[in-house]
Write a protein that binds this ligand. Structure first.
Ligand code: R5P
Length: 256
């Protein structure tokens, strides 16, 4: 279990840059991810962990890849559904082992219609993970009608942590330090919808300052016109203690 976590979190900084490209599991061919086979290899050198589905990892990540793998194992809804909160566990533990997954990601829908089934999914994956020493990443989902307050994230991250996951993915919010302090396992922060690069760097900086142990960022990297430069700037914040201003200047130097 520790070996897998050490693959995900850089031994020097203790933090991680996860690159999330699992969006296709419910959004189909997302803008910027039409050609996974081109996007992934160019960003690969600058990330610590690849977060994707079995299909994307099997087809578009070279088998000799040495970066950590966060394998999305829950699935079951699509953009065409009104309610996205009903999923199943779609990947057997044997295949997670075969794919050298360093953690298995399960979406949890606290407060939504599918809460019970998503907690059931999470429990099954955690139990299997303990049998074979593979960490579980509990993903806090936010539905269309769900609140995105610090009160909600404090509740949801804590529930997911208490289920026994080894790491949690959530969103940045007000009083983020309190969410981190009340969560007994490391938190990584999702990027969310595409922002101007400077604002995305600010989000990354505030997350790390607030105690996040990394970013699990997708659209703010792969939808940038300068995705390679963007991921390098994020890296500076996550691993080298850059402020958002320093990272922005670094980004500008690379792109001009
Ligand atoms: C949510 O679980 C999605 O599948 C993404 O992995 C996550 O939201 C991170 O990507 P983004 O930074 O684009 O929000």
């Amino acid at each position: 279990m520790k070996k897998h976590l050490a693959n995900i979190f850089d031994p020097k900084s203790g933090n991680t840059v996860m690159f999330a490209f699992d969006h296709g599991y419910f959004m189909g061919s997302t803008a910027g991810l039409e050609r996974l086979d081109i996007v992934i290899p160019k960003l690969l050198p600058y990330v610590d962990c690849l977060m994707g589905t079995r299909g994307a990892l099997r087809t578009c990540v070279p088998a000799d890849n040495r970066k950590a793998i966060a394998l999305r194992v829950s699935s079951g809804s699509s953009m065409l559904n009104e309610d996205l909160s009903h999923e199943v566990v779609a990947v057997d533990i044997e295949d997670s082992i075969r794919m050298n997954a360093d953690c298995m990601a399960v979406q949890t829908f606290i407060g939504a219609d599918g809460q019970l089934s998503s907690i059931d999914n999470l429990s099954r994956v955690i139990n299997a993970g303990f049998r074979y020493s593979i960490p579980t990443l509990g993903v806090v989902a936010v539905g269309k009608d769900m609140e995105r307050t610090d009160r909600f994230f404090k509740l949801a991250t804590r529930i997911v942590a208490e289920m026994g996951v080894q790491l949690v993915k959530t969103y940045y919010c007000d009083n983020f330090e309190e969410i981190v302090a009340a969560c007994p396992v490391p938190i990584v922060v999702a990027g969310g919808k595409k922002l101007p690069e400077r604002e995305a760097l600010n989000l990354a900086y505030k997350s790390i300052q607030g105690g996040a142990r990394g970013l699990d960022m997708g659209r703010n990297i792969f939808q940038s016109d300068h995705s390679v430069e963007m991921v390098q700037a994020i890296r500076k914040i996550v691993h080298e203690g850059y402020t958002d201003q320093q990272a922005w200047e670094f980004f500008e130097d690379l792109t001009h």
